[in-house]
Design a protein around this ligand. Sequence first.
Ligand SMILES: *Cc1c(COP(=O)(O)O)cnc(C)c1O
Length: 389
Amino acid sequence: MNNIPYGRQDINQEDINAVIEVLRSDFLTQGPVVPDFEKAVADYCGARHAVAVNSATSALHISCLALGVGKGDIVWTTPITFVASANCALYCGAMVDFVDIDPDTYNLSVECLKDKLVLADKVGKLPKVVIPVHLCGQPCDMAGIHSLSRQYGFKIIEDASHAIGGKYKDEPIGNCRYSDITVFSFHPVKIITSGEGGMAVTNDAHLAKHLQLLRSHGISSSIEEMQPRPAHEIWNYQQIDLGFNYRMTDLQAALGLSQMQRLDEFVSRRHLIARRYDQLLPELPLVTPWQHADSYSSYHLYVIRLKAGETKKTHKEFYKALHAAGIGANVHYIPVYRQPYYEQMGFKAGYCPEAEQYYSEVISIPIYPGLTVAQQDHVVQTLRMIFIE
Ligand SMILES: *Cc1c(COP(=O)(O)O)cnc(C)c1O
């Protein structure tokens, strides 16, 4: 059997045609398809504004900037995430800190957040922004986080890189009911793809304007935004802020827009695969992903945990045995503060005990729309054999 990755894109002929159409058009970038894609995502999520960029990493960076994160500020996130959720604070010259995870959902724990806020308040070190991450596509307890944000005055960026197509309390993730900004990723392993790409959605018109400015050099061509100058000095643009080239191309947007048509289908497929794992795996000494009643996950990842003491195999042996069988299992994630770069900043092993326990047991097994029944059976059979050996 060919190698089975933990996740992969699903591209059909319509996706290909959409990209070809842009190639034959007048604009490869900064044409009409980026705003079309933005509108499709905003409408889908029920958010007022959407700003497309070249990655979720860029979206996180300019979202922090737009919320005023800078030197002297602190941003909090979960340790169980991709490094980009934390790095965005460092890009702005701010500090980052980590809140331990919930033992059931593996998302940032609202209990731990509350305790940490009480302590931080006493020493005057409250976070400016908190970045909850909807791990695997399962939404965080956003109502709980939002209520704490009211009490302690921090802003919220939802890192929904895993979670487009998911729902929280029956509403689409990305409607920003409980946050200032929500960020999506369209990397090929995620739910829908534009090759590389990301988007920030918000209901705040000022934030949206600021995000648009920051994604393209801080340059504006809107007369209202330009600084007053003598008429002969006013041309068609001015740089009024320090921004970046974080733009999405029309080629990417065409792929993303075409993929939007199948978003619900992709997520349904992922649910079928997850349900099948849920049925087939409990006979093994594993913990399958628990789902909160408020959650409709997009199932970007399917993570299993080895039950401590119930198998002789180590975590590493497990990982190696899966790879030996052609299964591209992965670990999502090493706690961010355990990365050498973060350890150099002074973070110590053991900082978030629940996150480290999770990390020592977790493995992501393949889940993506094109995974066949035969491939899934191979994954399950391989897991059975690992425990028997
Ligand atoms: C993939 C991912 C990112 C970064 O996305 P890019 O589009 O690759 O920059 C950020 N946060 C999380 C949680 C992710 O999984």
